[in-house]
Design a protein around this ligand. Sequence first.
Ligand SMILES: [Fe+2]
Ligand SMILES: [Fe+2]
Length: 268
Amino acid sequence: MEIRTFALALLEASTLEGKLRPPPADLTDDQPGAPLRVQGPVRPPALRHDPVRKVKVPAAEGLRDPAQRPRIVHALANHELQAAELFAWALLAFPEMPAAFRRGCVAILAEEQAHCRLYVERLAELEHEFGDFGVTAHFWRKIERILTPLEFVCVLGLTFENANLDFAGEHAAAARAAGDEATARVLDVVHADETRHVAFAWRWFQRLKPAGADDWETYCHAVGAPHGPERARGATFDAVARHAAGLSPEFIERLEATTPTRPGGAPR
Ligand SMILES: [Fe+2]
Ligand SMILES: [Fe+2]
């Protein structure tokens, strides 16, 4: 199967099973096709974005409350599903990118699917199904302004996934403090994988940015308001994970000095 066919099938799947079907090991990329900017995903009816109703997700501390816990795990599952969809979106939007980038996106996409599955399994243990609560299109709302692969790695990798290094850690700590070790263990897996996803974004940021351009200025310009550095971190700041991801000490310092817009922010 071609990467393009796989990515399209994922975006057009109307069942969760179709969304979470892992990429076949023998995917080919002989016909990446013309750039295609899909405007939004097909979703199973229970997981359609509700543009009218505002979906409120409790903050991490809500994990203490057994009534709020499934709503938070549900939001985390939706976060992962959107991430998988947006990597599929990028594979269709940027067919001209080198094989290493496209293969990397497929590998990350598969991990986003696996994360979603872990949260869906956790939801089942909490006696809920994915679709029991409303879902947001938080990531999907950003695609209009992602015109280039550089903007893609900056918005998805260096803002959203970067922020998740803090959010996943904060949620794991909150889950542990609440005695919910099972949810904490899923968050640990996500945190470890996310560090590698941010590393991928940083490597490609270095390759795609104009030669000699300043990292911080280039990043801030590429993401634009309101998706800037204040969204790329949480209330806490996990400098260790960012060093592990290979971000430059200067970039980490600038980010650490930035005031987050969503202190104690929950996944959307
Ligand atoms: Fe993920
Ligand atoms: Fe990720």
